[in-house]
Design a binder for this molecule. Structure first.
Ligand code: ARG
Length: 431
């Protein structure tokens, strides 16, 4: 029942189930954008004379009503209706009669779903960017709060040089700035209007695509109608790359926390109620939150690959395979949102250990500092290196435990204000 492409036969029920599957559920996320896109489209149709002013008014009121139903959770895509696009048109036609059947002139579900997805992605990326920003602010705040609390720095997971919680938190904050650049790039890709490309080859109606671009607030158009259709998959790929980049940063941070929570490190801890237990070992306070976060974020890094496998080498033009993009991307952005929020929540309660470096096992952190002191006294670097190295070998090395790093970005000069300015410049791209 109710196929837009009804021409007198009913598709087999198994075919229907296989080709639609979970897509109706996923399409619910697009409903409000579908209405928004339809409103722009019919305003444009009226402008070019394909609808009368009265028809436009009636249709807009009908769409407005559907919009309220969506907002109030009363909208559903019925069993037997293929997708959200069909449902909106069906509902309009049921309520308004003949005039409802006019809205689809000059468009196809192919450009309709494209425009829905671009509007959706724009919102989703904007929200992701703001969630990342919240975590960035939290990390910077912690970096400032613990700027002078020293911790060991490692290379090869071997004790290397002094680091600090200021550097550690601040490092993840600054890395998020680069992830934000990818989010901004994905936002730019999504922020182009595909509407009017119809099935992928345009229309013989004199569509005013600049008008719908303006109405929908897109920064530009996907001009070439074939390129517009090609952007299905492209926009998702760009978004997935950005999501994966943030996930990579977050997953790595989660790994650090797991490591630092281990008794062998003991650098950070959380209140008991934020840890998890063991069914057999009564003493356990496990970092399950960060393990799940690490696992989820690691999986998210496979998302660009999943998309690539789905769309690679599809011949030009629309294919139903593209429908499955939603099934990959929608859960991915939701998972990232969940991880970002959880990370921010946990960081509100993180405790860091003070005076870690007093422990003799970290003495060698200071060898470079002592080499540098000799250099300042006029000893050539290689000679100074050798002297300290011989003390280490002989077991006579005693650290002076002084840390005098003052250049930009080092322990004593975190430059968090300059990193924040960098973040703000990237954020401007989302306006
Ligand atoms: N559910 C479809 C999708 O996501 C909508 C477009 C359908 N177009 C078509 N020609 N069957 O791709």
């Amino acid at each position: 029942m109710a196929k837009l492409w009804d021409k007198g036969f009913e598709p087999d029920e198994m075919i229907e189930r296989f080709t639609v599957g979970d897509d109706r559920q996923l399409d619910m996320r697009l409903a409000r954008y579908d209405v928004e896109g339809s409103m722009a489209h019919i305003r444009m149709l009226e402008h070019i004379g394909l609808l009368t002013a009265d028809e436009l008014k009636t249709l807009l009121a009908g769409l407005e009503q559907i919009r309220s139903e969506i907002e109030e959770g009363r909208f559903e895509i019925e069993e037997g209706t293929e997708d959200v696009h069909s449902q909106v048109e069906l509902q309009l036609t049921r309520r308004l009669g003949e005039v409802g059947k006019k809205i689809h002139a000059g468009r196809s579900r192919n450009d309709q779903v494209l425009v829905d997805l671009k509007l959706f992605l724009r919102d989703e990326l904007w929200q992701t960017a703001h969630r990342v920003r919240t975590l960035f602010d939290r990390l910077q705040e912690l970096s400032e709060r613990y700027r002078d609390v020293l911790m060991p720095g490692y290379t090869h997971l071997q004790v290397a040089m002094p680091s600090s919680f200021g550097l550690w938190f601040g490092a993840y904050a600054e890395t998020l700035v680069d992830d934000m650049r990818l989010l901004a790039a994905a936002y730019d890709v999504a922020n182009q209007n595909p509407l009017g490309s119809a099935a992928g080859y345009g229309s013989s109606f004199p569509l005013d695509r600049t008008m719908t671009t303006r109405l929908l607030g897109f920064a530009d158009l996907n001009y070439n109608v074939v390129a517009a259709q090609m952007s299905r998959g492209k926009s998702e790929r760009a978004a997935a790359a950005a999501v994966a980049a943030v996930a990579a940063t977050l997953g790595r941070f989660a790994m650090d926390v797991c490591l630092y929570m281990s008794q062998n490190f003991g650098f950070v801890s959380f209140p008991d109620e934020l840890t998890t237990g063991s069914s057999i070992m009564p003493h356990k306070k496990n970092p399950d939150v960060f393990e799940i976060m690490r696992g989820k974020c690691n999986r998210l890094q496979g998302v660009p690959n999943e998309i690539a496998l789905l769309v690679t080498n599809l011949p030009l033009g629309y294919h139903r395979d593209l429908q499955l993009l939603k099934d990959i991307l929608f859960p991915a952005t939701a998972t990232l949102a969940e991880c970002l929020a959880m990370c921010d929540f946990m960081l509100q309660h993180i405790r860091v250990r003070e005076n870690i470096l007093d422990d003799a096992r970290y003495d060698y952190l200071f060898t470079v500092e002592d080499v540098n002191r000799l250099v300042l006294q006029g000893v050539p670097f290689r000679e100074a290196y050798r002297r300290v190295g011989e003390q280490v070998q002989a077991g006579t090395y005693r650290p002076t435990r002084e840390v005098r790093h003052t250049h930009e970005g080092s322990i004593g000069n975190l430059c968090n204000d300059r990193i924040r300015a960098k973040m703000e410049r990237v954020m401007e791209r989302f306006e």
